[in-house]
Design a protein around this ligand. Structure first.
Ligand code: B16
Ligand code: MG
Length: 217
């Protein structure tokens, strides 16, 4: 009995969401835009370019294409600076064990992230070799909630969408998994991720033998 296990990166494997938030907040401030926590929720899982478009929209602001590119670079530099010291200790609770258990059960593992920084981050965390397939922001053309990233991951693993399970912390990502016809497991708050098939605060909150439960779904 096998399934394709597909993991989002930011907010699922590692708590980089808070660093994205700080970097976007500074960027928004540099444009004279106030950026809230609620707005940040809506940017989770959303690509860099679409995130900046939304911030400008919310702030009622237009900038030239040149400045737009500058601001995207500025945000990423800020973000890279914030995540400089990431290491194994920054892996979210229970994730490492969950991945090792999957390996032990010979289950295929993929990453499905919108981030263009996914590979260097997995390397910093020391878990890149656990992934059979990595699909990230450098491989896809359509951003979440489009299912492209997850469909690409499952087909590269050689699985059907209905035999795939996605772990996501973002509304856009849960929608992408659902649209693809995959099982969606939300990591975070139930009221925000209510579209997911099941929601847990952390991997450590999953019931014992949850992997077997999932394999029998
Ligand atoms: P980057 P995920 C997403 O990663 C983040 O949730 C989102 O906040 C970020 O803007 C996006 O990646 C792009 O990231 O600027 O590093 O290319 O959650 O899909 O792993
Ligand atoms: Mg995420």
């Amino acid at each position: 009995n096998k399934k394709a296990f597909i993991f989002d990166l930011d907010g699922v494997i590692v708590d980089t969401a808070k660093f994205h938030f700080i970097a976007w907040q500074r960027l928004a401030a540099s444009l004279g835009i106030n950026f809230t926590h609620e707005e940040n929720e809506q940017l989770k899982g959303v690509s860099r370019v679409n995130s900046l478009k939304k911030i400008l929209e919310w702030g009622n602001k237009t900038i030239t294409a040149e400045v737009f590119q500058e601001k995207m670079d500025q945000k990423n530099e800020e973000y890279l600076d914030l995540i400089k010291t990431l290491d194994t200790s920054d892996i979210m609770p229970g994730v490492h064990n969950f991945l090792l258990e999957l390996k032990d059960k010979n289950q295929p593992i993929a990453l499905g992230s919108a981030s263009k920084n996914a590979r260097p981050i997995l390397e910093k965390l020391g878990i890149k070799n656990l992934f059979d397939v990595i699909v990230d922001g450098t491989n896809v053309t359509k951003a979440k909630p489009d299912p492209e990233v997850f469909l690409s991951a499952c087909s590269q693993l050689g699985y059907h969408a209905h035999d795939s399970i996605v772990f996501e912390d973002s509304v856009a990502g849960v929608q992408a998994a659902n649209t693809a016809g995959m099982i969606s497991i939300g990591l975070g708050e139930k009221d925000i991720l209510h579209e997911a098939d099941e929601v847990f605060n952390h991997f450590t909150d999953m019931p014992e033998d949850y992997i077997n439960t999932l394999l029998n779904k």
